[in-house]
Design a binder for this molecule. Sequence first.
Ligand code: ADP
Ligand SMILES: N[C@@H](CCOP(=O)(O)O)C(=O)O
Length: 302
Amino acid sequence: MMTTATVRVPATTANLGAGFDCIGAALSLYNEFAFTPIDTESLVIAVRGLEAARVNTDASNLAYQAFVKLYSRIDRSPPVIQLEIKLGVPLARGLGSSATAIVGGLLGANALAGNPLSLADIMQLAIEMEGHPDNVVPALIGGCRLAATAASGWAIADIPWHDSVVPVVAIPDFELSTAEARSVLPTDYSRADAIFNTAHLGLMVRGLETGNPEWLSAALADRLHQPYRQQLIPGYTDVERAVVAAGGYGMVISGAGPTLLALTTAERADAVATAMTDAWATHNIQAQAQPLPVDMQGAVCS
Ligand SMILES: Nc1ncnc2c1ncn2[C@@H]1O[C@H](COP(=O)(O)OP(=O)(O)O)[C@@H](O)[C@H]1O
Ligand SMILES: N[C@@H](CCOP(=O)(O)O)C(=O)O
């Protein structure tokens, strides 16, 4: 009998500019969730690692909520568990921490329940909980993924990522909740903005696939979310300028922000990371910047 189900889930960078709410990539930074059935009457949650004190340790914990959701979907009562969380993904920074909790909770529950649900069922539940597919899908299956609604549920396409394209993330010392970053977005857009994003999404996908510098340099523009969210990220324009001056292709908001993601080459990655940190420092914002390879494996359960 399985005693503990341990799930390691990667961070994600959602949107990649024009792919608002439909494209995202898994990154090599991880949270770990360990679920152990226990004989006591009440839930025990212990959190260690980065910003651990900021995570709820009662039944409102998002990973536990996902755990309960899966049991409810299979019409079974969840066992009382001890949940141990090791945090490597910073909270509310646009790197999919909430997606890791949802995916971790669902996979942990499925493993303890004897794997009654398929990967497709779990993906559907994760998208329902998060409200959009672009971070939970790559967190679950790794790689760079595009998700579109289909008659049968979701069509998930893998977006090939050229070896020469290196993501660099700059994570600032302040938080921005996804809920707040979504609240500033308009509900309607013009035809011109729709066409702009359709064209740039296509260019971005082809740029990522081929590594074509000209396409990548033009591809990272967006008119659906970034123009509205920039005001929530002090120094945005200066960091973007610094990325381009250091030879990067360009920069986007990672997920809902405030982390900023540059795309560049391996040769320029360190210079781009330093340029991002330095530009933010001029706004009195401390940031940790580093190249972070795309994770191809997704969540791993043992
Ligand atoms: N490992 C975790 N365990 C439980 N809850 C988590 C975990 N990581 C994130 N959360 C929840 O998700 C919230 C952050 O979600 P959100 O605002 O969407 O930011 P992010 O961009 O990091 O996903 C946290 O404040 C917390 O409530
Ligand atoms: N498409 C969503 C993505 C949110 O990702 P997160 O990593 O910030 O949770 C959005 O841009 O709101």
